[in-house]
Design a binder for this molecule. Structure first.
Ligand SMILES: Nc1ncnc2c1ncn2[C@@H]1O[C@H](COP(=O)(O)OP(=O)(O)O)[C@@H](O)[C@H]1O
Ligand SMILES: [Mg+2]
Length: 409
C-alpha cells in the first residue's frame, strides 16, 4: 500500500459512474441487453426504467447503451428530456442529439442531407451543431417520427445496425396527455407497417412519473416493458465501497465498510457522497473507523444542502414540520408507518395538527400513502429523504454525533 492517499477521490457524486466502478444491476443489464438484441434484429423495443432519484437510472441507461453499441452496433442517443413537456420538443432534442453524435462520423454527410438547412453550427470553430427546425416542420417530423427514423436508418452505414434511444428524466413529458397519445400512435404505426424497425426506445423516470404517464392512456401500460431499479443490497453497497477504495489504493476495516454500506441505504447517489466525504476525512491510505464516522456525519450535511434543502426545505416554512419530519425516522426504523401507531408514539405537543402535516407532506411528494397496505399506512417516497432525516435525528442532541452513528445497528 502506498504511504500517502491519492490526490483525487474515486467517487463521483452527481456524475454518471465510470464503467469500472459500476456495481450490481446484473439482472437489469441482461434485461436491457435482451431488448437491444431484439432491436438489432429488427424489432422495435420500448421499455420504461423506473426507480427513485439517485438510484442509478441514468448510469444504468448509459452503461446499457454502451454495451448495446459494442455488442449489437446500436448507435446510442442519450436525450435528456427533463422539464420540456411536448412530443415536439422531445423529437427536436432526439434529432439534435443525433446531429451532435454523428457530426464527426464519416457518414455524417449522408445523414445531414435529411436535416436540410436546419442544422446550425454553434461557435466560431463549428465544433457544435444544433437542430433548429421551423415549428411546422417540427410538427410534421413529430407526426411522422417512425418515417424519420426509418429514413435515418437507411442512411446509416452497415456497421450501425440501429438506434438505442434513451429518453431520460421524462417528468415534463409525463405531465401532458399528448406524449402518451403520441407514444401509443408511434408504436402502433410501427407495428402496422410491419417492416424492420431496429430501434430500442428506453424511457427513464421515477415510478410516480411512470404512473402519471400511464394514467393519461391506459393502453400505454401495455406497450412499456418495465425495468425496475431497487436499492442495492447491503452486500452490493459493501462491494461498492471496497472496490472504490481499493481502486484508490486505500483500505477500510470490515466493520467500517459495513457501516458505510448501511448508511448509504443502497442508494448509489448517497454512497458516492458518503465515500467522497470519507475520502476527504481520511489522513492516509489506511482509513481509521473514526475517520469513516466523521465522513458519514459530514456527508449528511452535504446531502442536506445539495438535495434535501432544494427538494424539501425550501418548500416547507414551518419549523414544526421540519422537526416532525426528523422525528419520524427515529420512531420508525423502516420509514414506513401507520398513522395511528406513530401518533401514539409522538410527544403530546407534536400531535396537534399531525393530520395537516401528513396531508402537506403527501402533497409535496415527501410522503406517500401505501394504499395496498391499507388505510392510514404511509412511507417516505424517497429513501434518500428517509436516510437524511434519520441521520439528522441521530445527530440532533448528544455530544458526539460520530459516536452515536457508530451505535446504529
Ligand atoms: N451501478 C452503479 N455503481 C456505482 N455507482 C452508481 C451506480 N449507479 C449510479 N451510481 C452513482 O449514483 C449517482 C446517481 O446515479 P444516477 O444514474 O444519476 O441516478 P438517477 O438517474 O436514477 O437519478 C451518481 O453519482 C452515479 O455515479
Ligand atoms: Mg438521472
Amino acid at each position: 500500500m502506498p504511504a500517502v492517499k491519492p490526490d483525487t477521490s474515486p467517487f463521483t457524486p452527481g456524475q454518471p459512474v465510470s464503467e469500472d466502478l459500476f456495481v450490481g444491476r446484473l439482472e437489469q443489464v441482461r434485461d436491457l441487453l435482451r431488448k437491444a438484441r431484439s432491436a438489432a434484429s429488427g424489432r422495435l423495443s420500448v421499455a420504461f426504467l423506473t426507480g427513485e432519484r439517485g438510484i442509478g437510472k441514468t448510469s444504468l441507461a448509459q452503461f446499457a447503451s454502451q454495451v448495446a453499441q459494442e455488442e449489437q452496433g446500436l448507435l446510442p442517443l442519450h436525450v435528456v428530456v427533463g422539464n420540456s413537456g411536448t412530443p415536439e420538443e422531445m423529437v427536436r432534442r432526439t434529432l439534435d442529439r443525433l446531429a451532435r453524435v454523428a457530426r464527426t462520423e464519416p457518414w455524417w454527410r449522408r445523414v445531414s442531407g435529411l436535416f436540410g438547412e436546419r442544422i446550425e453550427t454553434v461557435g466560431r470553430f463549428s465544433f457544435q451543431v444544433r437542430f433548429r427546425p421551423k415549428p411546422d416542420e417540427l410538427s410534421y417530423l413529430t407526426e411522422h417520427f417512425d418515417l424519420v427514423l426509418r429514413n435515418i436508418g437507411r442512411e446509416l452505414p452497415e456497421e450501425v445496425r440501429g438506434l438505442h434511444i434513451v429518453l431520460d428524466d421524462i417528468n415534463g413529458l409525463a405531465d401532458s396527455p399528448d406524449f402518451a397519445r403520441w407514444l401509443k400512435t408511434f408504436v402502433d404505426t410501427v407495428a402496422v407497417e410491419g417492416e424492420r424497425f431496429p430501434v430500442c426506445l428506453l424511457l427513464a423516470g421515477t415510478e410516480q412519473v411512470r404512473r402519471k404517464l400511464v394514467s393519461h392512456h391506459e393502453s400505454v401500460a401495455r406497450i412499456l416493458d418495465l425495468v425496475h431499479l431497487a436499492p442495492w443490497s447491503e452486500e452490493e453497497g459493501h462491494d461498492f465501497f471496497r472496490q472504490a477504495f481499493q481502486s484508490a489504493g486505500m483500505e477500510l476495516t470490515e466493520p467500517a465498510l459495513r457501516l458505510a454500506a448501511r448508511f448509504s441505504g443502497g442508494l448509489p447517489a448517497l454512497a458516492h457522497e458518503i465515500g467522497d466525504a470519507i475520502f476527504r476525512a481520511a489522513s492516509g491510505p489506511s482509513v481509521s473507523d473514526q475517520e469513516v464516522r466523521l465522513g458519514i456525519v459530514s456527508a449528511t450535511h452535504v446531502v442536506g444542502n445539495r438535495h434535501v434543502a432544494v427538494q424539501v426545505f425550501e418548500r416547507i416554512r414551518s419549523g414544526r414540520y421540519r422537526s416532525l419530519l426528523r422525528s419520524i425516522p427515529k420512531l420508525t426504523p423502516t420509514g414506513r408507518f401507520r398513522r395511528k401507531e406513530l401518533l401514539e408514539r409522538l410527544e403530546p405537543t407534536s400531535r396537534k395538527g399531525f393530520d395537516n402535516f401528513l396531508r402537506e407532506m403527501v402533497k409535496l411528494g415527501v410522503l406517500e400513502r401505501r394504499l395496498a397496505a391499507g388505510p392510514g399506512e404511509y412511507r417516505f417516497v424517497q429513501n434518500l429523504h428517509f436516510l437524511y432525516f434519520l441521520s439528522e435525528a441521530i445527530r440532533g442532541g448528544g455530544p458526539s454525533p460520530a459516536r452515536r452513528i457508530a451505535d446504529v445497528r
